[in-house]
Design a protein around this ligand. Structure first.
Ligand code: ZN
Ligand code: FE
Length: 261
């Protein structure tokens, strides 16, 4: 019989506020946990005490209030590490570890790779954990969508999404909001004849009728159905009449249509 040397990590999705998600990553055998984003403290503190976990690390994706505002009320270990983008240190809560694109560090004995995914904000980062095939994307890549362009350009967001699209299909995408049903209603206006999208849309409708979260999602499914990852798809280009445009221009058009949807 093969006995694993360590238990794998557990990742919990924590619904917060109206439609935000935080994620707890825990090592059940040691009881140590890490958190991605703090929309509000209470549901996170409740999950920590229900499992008896100690919060040792907080990873911050970007500066928006709905991703950081719970930090002050969080039940943190006294020596906890607060990780965020060096580029955004001036507008994030006080960081104890500043990171930037390409940095790697250990979290609960697993490697984390920092990816700059600017677009929604400039300085937004994602955390990729190849050892457990999870990526924490917040308001960059979302289930069937992507974040609005508040600070960055369409070209920046397309570059960010291109990097995320290059990760393996089996990667679990932990994004920041439950916007998936609205995203699905929009996606079918861009890619109406995509059978994978049509069946995913009906699965999302069923999940939402039963109050089941549609986040996290699987990157392989995003590649097949998320219009924001598909500006190079011939059917989408034909539908938009943009057969000869560059991918970034097609992405920009899809993003503009979503803003006006
Ligand atoms: Zn945001
Ligand atoms: Fe957000």
């Amino acid at each position: 019989m093969k006995v694993p040397l360590t238990m794998p990590l557990t990742v919990l999705t924590i619904p917060c506020l109206n439609d935000n998600y935080a994620f707890l990553i825990a090592k059940p055998d040691s009881g140590e946990a890490a958190l991605v984003d703090i929309p509000e403290a209470k549901p996170i503190n409740d999950a920590l005490s229900a499992h008896g976990w100690t919060l040792k690390t907080v990873l911050i994706t970007h500066h928006h209030a709905d991703h950081v505002q719970g930090l002050g009320e969080l039940n943190l270990a006294p020596d906890a590490t607060i990780v965020g983008a060096s580029a955004d240190a001036h507008r994030l809560p006080r960081l104890t570890k500043e990171v930037s694109d390409g940095d790697r560090f250990k979290l609960l004995d697993e490697e984390v790779q920092v990816m700059d995914v600017s677009g929604h904000t400039v300085g937004h980062i994602a955390f990729y954990m190849p050892g457990i095939a999870h990526v924490f994307t917040a308001d960059s890549l979302m289930a069937l969508g992507c974040g609005r362009l508040f600070e960055g350009t369409a070209a920046q967001m397309w570059a960010s999404l291109s990097k995320l699209r290059a990760l393996p299909d089996e990667t679990t995408v932990c994004s920041g909001h439950e916007y998936t049903l609205a995203n699905a209603r929009f996606a079918v206006t861009i890619d109406p004849d995509n059978p994978d999208l049509i069946s995913r849309k009906s699965a999302i409708e069923t999940a939402q009728q039963n109050n089941i979260p549609t986040v996290p999602s699987r990157l392989g499914d995003e590649k097949k159905t998320n219009p924001f990852l598909r500006p190079d798809d011939p059917a989408i280009r034909a539908h938009l009449g943009m057969q000869t445009a560059g991918d970034s221009a097609v992405f920009a058009e899809i993003r503009k249509r979503k803003d006006n949807f």
